[in-house]
Design a protein around this ligand. Sequence first.
Ligand SMILES: CC(C)(COP(=O)(O)OP(=O)(O)OC[C@H]1O[C@@H](n2cnc3c(N)ncnc32)[C@H](O)[C@@H]1OP(=O)(O)O)[C@@H](O)C(=O)NCCC(=O)NCCS
Length: 195
Amino acid sequence: MKEAHQPPVLRTPRLVLRPFAPADLEALHTYRSDPEWGRYLPLPHPYTLAHARTDLAEYVSLDAATHPFWAIEHQGQVVGNIDAELEAMGRALIGWGIARPLWRRGLTSEAARAVVAWCFEAWPVRRVYATASARNVGSWRVMEQVGMRREALLRGHREERGVVADEVVYGILRDEWTPTDHRADRGEHVRDLGG
Ligand SMILES: CC(C)(COP(=O)(O)OP(=O)(O)OC[C@H]1O[C@@H](n2cnc3c(N)ncnc32)[C@H](O)[C@@H]1OP(=O)(O)O)[C@@H](O)C(=O)NCCC(=O)NCCS
């Protein structure tokens, strides 16, 4: 596999976000081949080892200057992925996913907060946004957790395993983002913003 400029390692209290490596093939396949994992995503179903190999080859070859793609590591295991894509017009698009046994523990929100912060700190972007199936409540709850607002509902915009679904668009502007959120994930002191 061809390897490109790598994304930086980001640490949060419970996670390490680091570049994918060829050795992560089995881990990637394990969490993605869970039949529930890709329910709201345009992923092949069933998701085979060959699909994982193709995807991994792409992830390690992306240029992190414009599209960092991180493996999410928890307790020493690769359990998910998160990426940010620098787009034209001062925008960045982020996406994520984590292994099913770890759902609903706030881990994706923790990773996403770190990546939103990284986007605003590393890139001169005005806006960070994300999209999801409107049926994917967990994903748009993550968007809300990182301070994004719902901006659009695109009706009948996608098909998920033969089911037509709406799509939601969420975003956060630089002016709305508080670096404090990121420090919270680093375990640093968080000043009381109330009042
Ligand atoms: C969507 C996904 C990333 C959510 O990850 P997660 O680690 O469970 O999210 P968090 O634990 O950070 O949860 C954030 C919030 O969503 C809620 N939530 C998570 N999954 C939920 C679900 N299936 N239904 C309702 N709420 C859910 C959490 O309880 C939490 O609620 P809160 O804001 O009240 O605290 C995860 O389900 C996943 O990886 N799915 C498969 C891949 C995928 O769909 N990726 C998104 C592509 S757009």
